[in-house]
Design a protein around this ligand. Structure first.
Ligand code: COA
Length: 162
C-alpha cells in the first residue's frame, strides 16, 4: 500500500492546499494530511481547529485521513509506514527552503522521497498568512478558502482584537 503524507501548518487550510490534496490523493492508496508544528510560526488557529477545518473540506475524499503530530516529520512517517512526502511548490521562492527540508528529511530517513507538485497557477499567489491578513481586516476571502469553512475563519477574526 502506497501511503503519502502531505505535511503543513494549515493555519488555515486554503483552496491552494485543497488543490494539492485532490491531486495527490489520486497518486496513492492513502494520503495522510499531517498538521505539524512549524517551530518558526505561532499559529492563530489551535491544532484542533486546524484539524477540524481540514476534516470538513476533505470529507468526500475516501482515501484521505487527517492527523496531527508534534515531533519530527520523519518520525511521523516511520510510525505511519509512509514513504512519500508531498509538498506543493508555488514559485521559485519556495524552492530553496523546500530543497533544504527534502535533503534533511532524506538524510534522517533515507527510505523517504519528497514529491513536489506544482501548485495550480490560479493559487500560486495564495498563502495562509494572506488569508489571515485579509480576514482580519474584514476583506473578502470567498475565492481563497472552501465555502464550508469560510464562516469559521471570518468568526475567528471577529472574535479577536485587530
Ligand atoms: N497553496 C496555498 N498555500 C500554500 C501552498 C499551496 N499549495 N503550499 C504552501 N503554501 C503556503 C502555506 O499556506 C504556508 O503559508 P504561510 O507561511 O503564509 O502560513 C506556507 O506556504 C508553508 O508553510 P507551512 O504549512 O508551515 O509548511 P512548511 O513547508 O513551512 O513546513 C512543516 C511546515 C510543519 C511541514 C515543517 O515545519 C515540519 O516538517 N515540521 C515538523 C518538524 C520537522 O520535522 N522539521 C524538519 C526538520 S528537517
Amino acid at each position: 500500500m502506497k501511503i503519502c503524507v502531505y505535511p503543513g501548518s494549515f493555519d488555515p487550510v486554503t483552496n491552494g492546499h485543497l488543490d494539492i490534496i485532490h491531486r495527490a490523493s489520486r497518486l496513492c492508496d492513502k494520503l495522510i494530511v499531517a498538521v505539524l508544528v512549524n517551530s518558526s510560526k505561532t499559529p492563530v488557529f489551535t491544532l484542533d481547529e486546524r484539524v477540524e477545518l481540514i476534516k470538513r473540506v476533505v470529507k468526500d475524499l475516501p482515501n484521505v485521513e487527517i492527523e496531527s503530530f508534534s515531533g519530527l516529520l520523519i518520525d511521523f512517517m516511520r510510525r505511519k509506514k509512509a514513504t512519500v512526502i508531498i509538498k506543493g511548490l508555488r514559485a521559485v521562492s519556495d524552492f530553496e527552503y523546500e530543497l533544504q527540508m527534502a535533503l534533511l528529511n532524506k538524510t534522517l530517513y533515507p527510505a523517504v522521497e519528497t514529491l513536489f507538485m506544482m501548485t495550480s497557477i490560479s493559487y500560486s499567489y495564495l498563502s495562509s498568512s494572506s488569508v489571515r491578513e485579509i480576514a482580519k481586516h474584514g476583506g473578502n476571502i470567498d475565492e481563497l478558502v472552501p465555502e464550508c469553512i469560510k464562516e469559521d475563519i471570518v468568526k475567528k477574526f471577529k472574535a479577536q482584537p485587530v
